[in-house]
Design a protein around this ligand. Structure first.
Ligand code: M6R
Length: 346
């Protein structure tokens, strides 16, 4: 059932273009749900882990494109933060499994105070029965403990939601994503080769600004889960407020820098870490000569992908990087120690 792949994780990464394509077929459902929900003054995303990172992208989209104030709360922290939910608040619960205890508990407590929407991959799961509104990601079953294709499907539904709530021009851009992802997957041999330089390091940093900040966090989470290497995601501008003290000779820094308004500032951060000896893995447009020049290793992606769309595409090489580092270290990426696919305890 691994269809010739060594692990479910790599099979599922290869299924990402199809997962985005299938999720895009849900547009009519998204439009229906947006109509049913009615007026929204605030949005509040609630989720854990990878689904939390998808939610962070949601915040950048809702605020920068729709101008709707948006909070993102870890489900396990939801009860400790006194939030003023009202009947004009849309509380969005994102969960691959639809069974995560922290997320379900938060959903239960929000149901009487706000409009609730669950974005879920598993049909008929608890979250789909308890939320007022439901949207499905069409990623198909995900076996690997590390979320991969379900992350890009969650992002796709969030973009579609934003499109339906007032930014229809996003749809045309989204339709190009599966083909661009296929191109990114075509660079697998390069990523496998460069992974071998990083299998013995003890720390990794991932940096990005704006839409690339959640990508940095998600890249670091994947690395931790399946390679057991300490990985930290940072907003690139935060480096100088502390973590720069940890940058030393040979410390790998993955710099996520798609074309767009944040690009030049991220590039200055790359220069800062290089000056302190970091080994930089640049992830940017194939046409980005400046980043390529600063980087020790370079992963090039389609120049068509701008910052707004980048979370969907730039995560693909980071998942591949973690996968190949894990394999290089002789680990089983499908079954990381201490972790379960579905966390049903608080
Ligand atoms: O099923 P959920 O999306 O609610 O799960 C949330 C997290 O437990 C999950 O994303 C976890 O962080 C993954 N192992 C990440 O790869």
């Amino acid at each position: 059932e691994k269809a010739g792949y060594d692990h479910f994780m790599i099979k599922e990464i290869h299924e990402e273009p199809g997962a985005v394509r299938d999720t895009l077929t849900e547009m009519d459902d998204v439009m229906r749900v947006v109509k049913e929900i009615g007026e929204v003054e605030r949005v509040c995303f609630v989720a854990c882990g990878t689904s939390y990172h998808a939610s962070l992208v949601g915040k950048y989209l809702f605020e920068s494109i729709l101008g709707i104030p948006t909070d993102v709360i870890l489900a396990s922290e939801f009860r400790y933060s006194a939030r003023a939910l009202t009947d004009r608040t849309l509380a969005v619960f994102i969960s691959q499994s639809g069974e995560t205890a922290d997320t379900l508990n938060a959903l239960r407590s929000a149901n009487s105070r706000a409009k609730t929407l669950a974005i879920v991959n598993v049909l008929g799961s608890s979250a789909t029965r308890e939320a007022q509104h439901v949207l499905y990601t069409r990623a198909g079953p995900e076996i690997g403990v590390a979320a991969t294709k379900t992350y890009v499907s969650q992002l796709t539904i969030i973009y579609m939601l934003v499109a339906a709530m007032g930014a229809p021009e996003l749809i045309e851009k989204l339709e190009k994503v599966p083909a661009i992802m296929e191109e990114a997957l075509g660079d697998e041999d390069n990523i496998r080769a460069l992974s071998s330089h990083y299998s013995n390091v003890s720390d990794f940093f991932f940096i990005g600004r704006g839409f690339s900040y959640p990508t940095a966090l998600e890249g670091a989470l994947k690395l931790k889960e399946i390679t057991y290497i300490h990985g930290e995601g940072y907003a690139a501008g935060e480096l100088k407020h502390g973590p720069l003290a940890l940058i030393d000779d040979g410390v790998p820094v993955v710099a996520i820098s798609p074309p767009g308004p944040c690009h030049d500032k991220t590039l200055s951060n790359v220069e800062e870490v290089r000056a302190r000896g970091a080994r930089v893995i640049g992830v940017g447009s194939t046409l980005d000569e400046a980043l390529r020049k600063e980087a020790d290793d370079f992963i090039g992606l389609s120049p068509e992908v701008d910052e707004v769309l980048s979370p969907l595409v730039y995560i693909v090489p980071l998942q591949l990087l973690s996968y190949y580092v894990s394999v290089e270290r002789g680990l089983d990426p499908d079954k990381p120690k201490n972790l379960a696919k579905c966390v049903t305890v608080e």
